[in-house]
Design a protein. Sequence first.
Length: 251
Amino acid sequence: MALLAIDVGNTQTGFGLFEGAELREHWRVATERNRSGDELGALFGNFLDLSAVEGVAVASTVPQLHRAYEDFAKEYARAELLEVGPGVKTGVPVRYDDPREVGPDRIANAVGAVERYGAPCIVVDFGTSTNFDVVSPAGEYVGGVLAPGIEVSMEALAARAARLFRIDFAAPETVIAKNTAQSLQSGLVYGFAGQVDGIVDRIRGELGVEAPTVATGGLADLITPHARTLERIDPFLTLEGVRLIWERNRS
């Protein structure tokens, strides 16, 4: 069967078409919080044949779009809908003060990471925020860290500092920069790499094991080469987690 797996983030929405366990096609678009079910139908219909979709699985951090995805699945995909959230079987116990506070994307990342890389593990997701999600040696989601994301930090800096401006997200050749654009690039790339290393080191210290790491999200490629604690990149980890959750709720 063909499954449409969707990861609705605050800034971007990634989605892919699975046939069984194989991700056949994937896309990324801007997230618009006021889209209707009709607009979603037109959007997804531009990318894929909706008549081939037999299931729709969504992990959304944007509650305003809940009704729109219900309408889209019913009226356009004409397929069963699963939204990742409380009460959905994941196979990964959530040890959080209030499990309802954990973003569906974070749960999907944990599920995908355990399946692909085993437990313990640490997922670092470079999105609107930089999320660190931790799975214990027992295979339980035990919490994590949330930090401002790279793009959010750059936008805030450009908005607050009159002489600064937005830059291309790229690593400069040297940490010590000789112009403003490269100075900003150095601060972002090496600053965030240092943040990642510091947080991962502390997480490993609290876990008491050298948990392996996996990076995902739109800017993982930018930071991973410069962070000593990031060992691999899995760009479709969230979608894989959404697919696995769908499968675990079929029986």
